[in-house]
Structure formats: structure tokens, C-alpha cells
Design a protein around this ligand. Structure first.
Ligand SMILES: [Zn+2]
Length: 259
């Protein structure tokens, strides 16, 4: 059986001293691919480096996270976009992410919108998949996206509104769900409703989870088999069948072949 973590921040400083250990742990748990998402220029560079270091295991998604928009200078935005364009042909770079809009950061709303637009235009131009953060903004984002010519869209940690799910499916978008699948009724409802062909798994590590069975543990891709087990329970299907379909989704979404 193969598992995948389509959304982790391996480039986060919290992981800097233990990358090797995380890779080993992932492999021991049959997690065969990790997508290292980025927050800014610095973590974008680090994600690429990690993907080069662990070919066929770590892949890079580069971009500017809405939380990092406030401190972002024009020069950093320009350089990040240049980096993405220059590395487009490298097989390590498989998406633009994590990008998006966050309703909790309303004070910099206009700048968030500007950066998100730039990132979406770049994805359009370079024909790259996008990984989107949409806390409190999912309905707005789902409404915005059709005006771009994007082939692959992934809404990470999709939680609400449930009413936006039909649009997600209709437009062929994907969502990722992670550890909350094991304990959150809201997320379990999303997993129940989303067709398995539109679903991928994530940890969003180093984000911590304070409910069982993850409480007190550092978040690593070794959580993924538990997440898939929860999906199997919710969908009332065999674990192996769920794992196989999610691996297929991963290959199709990122246009890569899993090892
Ligand atoms: Zn994230």
C-alpha cells in the first residue's frame, strides 16, 4: 500500500533539524511522496533544495502564503515569481502553493488579493497546479477561479461551506484532508460528501493536532495511514482501495509517477 502527503511544510524551520528522520519515518509508514509547500521566497528556495535532495520522494510547491503577504516587499514578490518561472522545467517543482486568501487577515485584504491574483496568473501562464489556502474565503475563491484558465486546483483543508462542494466537484477541483478526518464531525461530513476521485491526503505539518490519536505528537507524514483509515471508515470501503485511488489522484493531479 502507498500513501501520500500532498500538503506539508517541510521547509518550515521546525523541521530543519530532523528532515532525514522524517523521510525515514515516512518511508517506514509507506508514505511515498511529500509535497513541500512554501510560505515565502526563503521557504520556496528551501522546498526546492529539499526536493533536489530527496528526488522522487519530496516535491516542491512554491509561492507566497496569505499570512506572509503583510511583510512581503515588491522585490520579494518579483523574485519569487522569477524563481518559479525559472524552475518551471525542473521536475522537482510540481505546483504553486501555498497561496490563497485568509479572512482573519482582513487588514491587508487588498494586498492579499493582489498577490493571490499574481500567483494565479503565473500558474495560468506556466500551466502549473495550484494549492490554495481558503480559511473563511472558500466561497469567494470558488467564485473567482473560473475567470482564470487553471487546469488543476487543490483546496487544502477544505472545511466549509459544504454548499461550495458541488462547485468544487463540478469544476474538477481537488481537496486535501488531514488528521481532523479522525475526529472532526465537520471534516468527516466533507469527506462523506466528496467523491473519492477528488480527494487527497495531507498533514499540513508542522501544524499540531490536539485531539486523539494525534495529541502530544509531533506532526509527521506517519499520520497519513491513520487519516486514510478514517476515510475508509467514513466511505465504508477497504483501506487498500482508498489508498490506491488517492495515489492515483496524486499522480493525476501533479502529473507524476509515484515510486
Ligand atoms: Zn499549509
Amino acid at each position: 500500500m502507498k500513501f501520500v502527503d500532498a500538503h506539508i511544510h517541510l521547509s518550515d524551520e521546525e523541521y530543519s533539524g530532523c528532515i532525514e528522520e522524517i523521510i525515514v519515518k515516512s518511508k517506514d509508514s509507506s508514505v511515498v511522496a511529500l509535497v513541500s509547500n512554501s510560505m515565502d521566497l526563503e521557504t520556496s528556495i528551501r522546498s526546492l533544495k529539499l526536493a533536489k535532495q530527496y528526488p522522487g520522494m519530496v516535491y516542491a510547491a512554491l509561492g507566497i502564503h496569505p499570512w506572509n503577504v503583510n511583510a512581503l516587499t515588491e522585490e520579494e514578490l518579483r523574485q519569487t515569481m522569477k524563481l518559479i518561472s525559472e524552475k518551471r522545467q525542473n521536475k522537482e517543482l510540481i505546483a504553486i502553493g501555498e497561496i490563497g486568501l485568509d479572512c482573519k487577515y482582513e487588514t491587508i485584504w487588498d494586498k492579499q488579493l493582489m498577490v493571490f491574483n499574481e500567483m494565479l496568473h503565473l500558474a495560468e501562464k506556466l500551466d502549473l497546479p495550484v494549492i490554495i489556502h481558503s480559511r473563511g474565503t472558500t466561497a469567494k475563491i470558488v467564485e473567482m477561479l473560473p475567470s482564470y484558465n487553471l487546469k488543476k486546483v487543490l483546496l487544502h483543508w477544505f472545511s466549509s461551506p459544504i454548499s461550495a462542494l458541488s462547485k468544487v466537484v463540478e469544476n474538477g477541483y481537488y481537496i486535501t484532508e488531514g488528521p481532523p478526518t479522525a475526529y472532526s464531525n465537520g471534516i468527516r461530513e466533507v469527506v462523506r460528501k466528496i467523491p473519492l476521485t477528488n480527494l487527497l491526503t495531507e498533514t499540513d505539518g508542522p501544524v499540531r493536532f490536539f485531539k486523539q490519536p494525534f495529541e502530544g505528537k509531533r506532526t509527521t507524514p506517519a499520520f497519513i495511514p491513520t487519516v486514510v483509515k478514517s476515510i475508509a471508515e467514513i466511505k465504508n470501503m477497504e483501506l487498500a482501495d482508498i489508498a490506491e485511488q488517492i495515489s492515483k489522484n496524486f499522480e493525476e493531479f501533479f502529473t507524476i509517477k509515484l515510486n
